[in-house]
Design a binder for this molecule. Structure first.
Ligand code: FES
Length: 331
């Protein structure tokens, strides 16, 4: 796969499905490779890629394989039933996509970086283990202390428990109890955050990924400066800073488009001919991330951290808007 200077929202490459395996109830893992056997772009723990559906929409999945294997990506996809909010992407992966097929992929990108620390507490809800698995492996390699709590409906619904147990077994002894704790609701176990997060050492960094109620509960118990989360659903965005329309300039084509108050920047740039990939359209997946070359974005997403917002050099087009009269985008 060749490197490209295209912005993340438009960068795509065709990869081949090398394997597709059931790894838990309703979850399959895909191994993706370059069709010519080449190296894939490097990634860091917390990164994700976008699988591009036949409809042209993208779906975001965390990379959960071996970060040091330069020739394969692994993602895990849980089947999301339409009556529970699934939008068809996971059904396509489960029912249609087959070993040997080519699939378009965007990314990788990372908005969930693992920052250096002496001590980590990882908290996963169900499929939320996927970005955390490479983080656990990184912590193990770096010799940091780590604990992981995996919560889910049943053990059979939680992927990669065997791999996680191996990681725990291959990590040097530590004196603060079990490294891997599995909490399965059908075994009448309950995730009690109070003892886990109460009196947390100031040096411990907490990384959590899972459903919104779990993340909200973790946030209530954890000092904000020590917590990083990745959400499946959007936090309530603040009101836009400005009501008035603004102008977006597409640097590559020179096109200018007026963004009215009831139109998203994503819709506006698409109407001007920009082929921007999107998925969640609620500011949680990062798929529509686009470079900002001039102007001041009004960030309204659940993806970027404070430092990234402060820099103002990228934005999520599906929900974010503009503080300035004009934005110049790297499109
Ligand atoms: S499409 Fe998901 S953040 Fe914009």
């Amino acid at each position: 796969m060749t490197a490209t200077s295209a912005p993340p929202s438009t960068r795509r490459t065709a990869l081949r499905v090398a394997s597709k395996d059931a790894v838990a109830d309703g979850i399959v893992a895909l191994t993706l490779v370059d069709p010519a056997g080449g190296r894939l772009p490097d990634w860091t723990p917390g990164s994700h890629i976008d699988l591009v559906l036949p409809t042209g929409e993208g779906r975001q999945y965390s990379l959960c394989g071996d970060r040091w294997d330069a020739r394969t990506y692994r993602v895990a996809v849980r089947r999301e039933e339409p009556q529970l909010g699934g939008r068809g992407g996971s059904s396509w992966v489960h029912d249609v996509l087959a070993v040997g097929d080519l699939v378009e992929v965007g990314g990788p990108r990372n908005h969930f970086h693992l920052h250096p620390a002496e001590d980590y507490l990882f908290i996963a809800g169900g499929i939320g283990i996927t970005p955390l698995l490479p983080m656990v492996e990184a912590a193990r390699r770096l010799g940091a202390r780590w604990r992981l709590v995996c919560a889910g409906r049943t053990r059979a619904s939680m992927p990669f428990l065997d791999e996680l147990a191996e990681l725990a077994d291959s990590t040097a002894e530590q004196d603060d109890g079990e490294r891997l704790v599995v909490v399965a609701r059908d075994e009448r176990e309950r995730l009690d955050l109070e003892p886990l997060l109460g009196g947390l050492d100031a040096r411990t960094r907490v990384y959590a990924c899972g459903p919104a109620p779990l993340l909200d509960a973790v946030a209530r118990h954890c000092p904000p400066g020590q917590l990083r989360t990745e959400r499946f659903s959007a936090a309530e965005p603040p009101a836009p800073v400005r009501d008035a329309p603004f102008t977006v300039v597409l640097q590559r084509s020179g096109a200018q488009v007026e963004v009215a108050r009831d139109v998203s920047v994503l819709e506006a740039v698409r109407s001007a001919g920009a082929a921007v990939l999107s998925s969640c359209r609620e500011g949680t997946c990062g798929t529509c991330e686009t470079g900002v070359l001039a102007g001041v974005p009004d960030h309204r997403d659940s993806v970027l951290d404070e430092a990234e917002r402060e820099r103002g050099d990228c934005m999520l087009l599906c929900v974010s808007r503009s503080r300035s009269d004009r934005l110049v985008l790297d499109l």
